[in-house]
Design a binder for this molecule. Structure first.
Ligand code: TYM
Length: 329
């Protein structure tokens, strides 16, 4: 039997998935689960979620919401294993071992850490600094070779490879060096025209559960210009709109609008209305599937239990190997 290559990825339960998560990560999860020679494990990374301010009372619901979103998007429990990170504390144990071989100074230099410090100046906890080590452990504990993520996660992937190399050098070959798997939508810009689409700003994202009216209202707020000029903007609100046009209506449509911008000019109102309808038509079946799973909590429970049973065998084996190599047994 051919040994399947392993795939691992995860998302934080910070509310419903948005279009950035969907195109940057979930599309990759879906593509890879269809490959016969790959073995996919996808997680709700709830331990990472608590490094930013959160509400412990509503947290269990956020976790369930993300499981529902995953399934609604088409993650198929027959093809992928779904797990909740905190149910497998072995991730934390491996993270501790890995933390003993990685310099603090390098963690402090990571762009993602610096951004978070600016984003949540009153919540700069040790978990934030430790975040990439736990992420490396998530990946390495499964000896994953492929990690579908958006572009913003590339520094974390680079660090994971470095940790793997360091561990292998100190204690003997143990971990593969995982590669990122990027989709064509690996960077979805924010609707505000600044930075990437993200949950931190209400006006930045379209959620997978938004209805047509909400999508229209959100697109209406995207900052635009007069609609023509001698260079199509590569940044800002217009770029955000054109990126969404390309993702939902195709590359050709984007090119048509770009041509209009340089010649007769774009009328943003009809563009936004047409785009809103395309987005909603795309999301409708996802929302219907979500409603189905929502009515079947027992099914969700079984899917997670099965995924975690499978994952447990792997994480226990890796930990034993790591502990032996590090001299604990
Ligand atoms: P998180 O929860 O911030 O985001 C989940 C996934 O969505 C992608 N993403 C985007 N892609 C394109 N455009 C955007 N605007 C956009 N916003 C988010 C992210 O790149 C990510 O793939 N650190 C990870 C979670 C994690 C993880 C792991 C990932 C923990 N352990 C192990 C992979 C493997 C994170 O914060 O993702």
């Amino acid at each position: 039997m051919i040994k399947k290559r392993r795939v691992f990825s995860g998302t934080r339960p910070t509310g419903h998935l948005h279009l950035g998560n969907y195109f940057g990560a979930i599309k990759g999860y879906l593509k890879l689960q269809d490959e016969k020679n790959l073995d996919c494990i996808y997680a709700i990374v709830d331990l990472h979620g608590v490094t930013s301010p959160y509400n412990p009372k509503t947290y269990p619901k956020e976790v369930t919401d993300l499981v529902l979103d995953y399934l609604a998007c088409g993650l198929d429990p027959k093809k992928s294993h779904l797990i909740i990170q905190s149910h497998l504390p072995q991730h934390l144990e491996l993270a501790y071992y890995l933390s003993t071989i990685y310099p603090v100074s390098r963690l402090e230099q990571l762009p993602t850490y610096k951004e978070k410090k600016l984003e949540q100046p009153k919540y700069i906890n040790l978990g934030l600094l430790y975040y990439p080590i736990l992420m490396a452990a998530d990946i390495l504990i499964y000896k994953a070779e492929l990690v579908p993520v958006g572009k913003d996660q590339l520094p974390h992937l680079e660090l994971t490879r470095e940790v793997a190399r360091m561990f292998n050098n100190y204690f003997g070959k143990t971990f593969p060096e995982p590669q990122a798997f990027l989709t064509s939508g690996s960077y979805v810009p924010s609707l505000t025209g600044e930075g990437k689409m993200s949950k931190t700003n209400e006006n930045s994202y379209i959620s997978l559960i938004d209805d047509l009216d909400t999508i229209k209202k959100k697109l209406a707020k995207v900052p635009t210009d007069l609609g023509h000029g001698n260079k199509v903007p590569q940044q800002g609100g217009i770029n955000a709109l054109l990126t969404l046009v390309e993702l939902f209506m195709g590359k050709l449509k984007r090119e048509q609008y770009e041509k209009q911008y340089l010649t007769t000019g774009i009328k943003y109102q009809p563009l936004k209305n047409e785009l809103a309808q395309y987005i909603y038509n795309y999301l409708k079946p996802i929302q219907a599937k979500r409603a189905y799973y929502q009515k079947h909590p027992q099914l969700i429970k079984e899917i997670i239990e099965n995924g975690e049973r499978y994952a447990l065998g792997i994480v226990q084996k890796t930990l034993l190997e790591v502990k032996r190599k590090m001299g604990f047994r």
